[in-house]
Design a protein around this ligand. Structure first.
Ligand code: KIV
Ligand code: ZN
Length: 521
């Protein structure tokens, strides 16, 4: 099989829209811009940047991405309502290439209970909305939401009407993750056989993972003739998530012999992009996650190791370097300079501005004084902490806690906010970390509810850095925090402060509230 006989499948990434709807995965504007740039470098064809009518924050993020990001189509989502479509166009109009994606549910359950609309009204609304969107831009996608549970005759009717109205892509969503591969194959094949104008549009598929089959269902759709797959980095998304981008891309590449289809994705950017999205959203991938998990290329069994040493293809169907996994774990230390650090950062897939590199280098020197050997995991943790840092901030100056079995901890903690330095001294909490959190609340004035607290070691050894992730609730919205240090109480304090700084930036109006406090789709 030659490369040229491959069909090119359009990769439509919805990490910034459906992915961001994962509970707690909301991103601020700077983070969304960073992910969008990484997606361009990854080579995705379409970036669904958000749902502009959902909130002013979403609108602004889509608008900025459309204005600044070049190299991929930028898409905004809209319900079949004039105000949604107008707002979506307003947000994407400055894109190099813009797309408006309109959707309307078509299944009997949604028609009866959610929309209270009959079939005729659904078709009329879909047609009017596609026509309104086409009036703004030629690239229009239509999605009959819950398509997989829609009566097939009606689905064919809606799809035909949407294409007639000007839709250039018709997306078939498995909104609730109900399909199986054979079912999905049948739906796409039927549409291809029965919709007379189907050749005028690209058939797309959008699978949720509720039964763990999002990737398999998307592949079945490709096999049946779909030309676009909607997916997210690390498979994040509503509930059990969406089709995972890295899995669909690597399946098509590795099994090109079977699917005779490929994508434009630069596979070496898969691991770096996965790490970036995990760092920004706080949603770590499981160790055994296909393609990008820590163990995805680790061979433990003796027989496998022996085989790999003799000939890698005995047990390896993909090469780690092809997905961007750096194999070296070069050790840096206190004598390593800025250039060596910049080099490791690049090899790990991070793009740092000069300013970011300077800050990471400062922290690297502090760490090198505490810890003899600095591994890739340490460098990644420092960079990720830098990525999480937001402009307006309280900074931890110092803390001291004395505690012991059966004693109430005594904490003295000092924070700096610009030129102002504030301290609290109190006896409180049921452990040193709780005491530090209470002292931070006392000083900053933000009382929050801690919903999640996770600590893990980023490398090996007793002097390894601890990485802490917290999730806190404040006025019905969730905020994440991230901190690293060789001292786990300090890492916890930094993570908690990072979350408080996010709250402060929303409360003070420097950042818009994000996904956790706005309506989703
Ligand atoms: O899952 C879904 O149906 C969606 C649509 C908006 C495409 O996300
Ligand atoms: Zn979805």
């Amino acid at each position: 099989m030659t490369e040229s006989s491959s069909r090119q499948i359009v990769i439509f990434d919805t990490t910034l829209r459906d992915g961001e709807q994962s509970p707690g995965a909301s991103m601020n504007l700077v983070e969304k811009m960073e992910v969008a740039q990484a997606l361009v470098e990854l080579g995705v064809d379409v970036i669904e940047a958000g749902f502009p009518i959902a909130s002013p924050g979403d609108f602004e993020a889509v608008r900025q991405i459309a204005k600044m990001i070049r190299g991929s189509v930028i898409c905004g989502l809209a319900r079949c309502r004039s105000e949604d479509i107008d707002r979506a166009w307003e947000a994407v109009r400055h894109a190099e290439r813009a797309r408006i994606h309109v959707f309307l549910a078509t299944s009997a359950i949604h028609r009866e209970f959610k929309l209270k609309m009959g079939k005729e009204e659904i078709i009329r609304r879909a047609v009017e909305s596609v026509q309104r969107a086409v009036g703004y831009c030629p690239d229009v996608e239509f999605s009959p939401e819950d398509a997989v549970r829609t009566e097939i005759d009606f689905l064919c009717e809606v799809v035909e009407a949407a294409i007639e109205a000007g839709a250039t892509t018709v997306n078939i969503p498995d909104t609730v993750g109900y399909a199986t591969p054979a079912h999905m194959h049948r739906v796409i094949s039927t549409l291809r056989q029965r919709v007379p104008n189907i050749d005028r549009a690209v058939i797309s598929v959008h699978c949720h993972n509720d039964l763990g089959m999002a990737v398999a269902n998307s592949l079945a759709a490709v096999e049946a003739g779909a030309g676009q797959v909607e997916c997210t980095v690390n498979g994040i998304g509503e509930r059990a998530g969406n089709c995972s981008l890295e899995e669909i891309v690597m399946t098509l590449r590795t099994r090109n012999d079977y699917y005779q289809a490929d994508t434009r994705v630069v596979s070496r950017r898969l691991v770096p992009t996965s790490r970036l999205v995990a760092a920004i959203t706080g949603m770590q991938v499981q160790r055994n996650k296909a393609i990008v998990g820590q163990n995805a290329f680790a061979h433990e069994a003796g027989i496998h190791q022996d085989g790999i040493l003799k000939e890698r293809t005995t047990y390896e169907i993909m090469r780690p370097e092809d997905v961007g996994l750096t194999l070296s774990d070069l050790v840096l230390g206190k004598h390593s300079g800025r250039a060596a650090l910049a080099d490791r950062a690049k090899a790990l897939g991070y793009r740092l501005s000069g300013e970011q590199l300077n800050s990471v280098f400062e922290e690297f020197k502090v760490l090198a004084d505490r810890k003899k050997e600095i591994y890739d995991g340490d460098v990644a943790a420092l960079i990720e902490h830098q990525i999480h840092t937001i402009a307006e901030r309280w900074v931890l100056e110092s803390y001291q806690v004395t505690t012991g079995t059966g004693r109430i901890p005594e904490v003295t903690l000092t924070l700096r906010h610009g030129d102002e330095v504030r301290s609290a001294q109190m006896a409180c909490g049921d452990g040193p970390i709780d005491a530090v959190f209470l002292a931070i609340e006392e000083i900053t004035g933000f009382k929050v509810n801690c919903k999640d607290f996770r600590v893990h070691s980023v490398t090996v050894g007793k002097d390894a850095q601890g990485e802490v992730m917290v999730q806190v609730e404040y006025q019905d919205a969730l905020y994440r925090g991230h901190g690293v240090s060789t001292d786990s109480v300090e890492a916890s304090a930094k993570a908690f402060l990072n979350a408080i700084n996010r709250i402060a930036s929303v409360v003070n109006g420097t950042t818009q509230p994000t996904a956790s406090n706005k309506p989703g789709v």
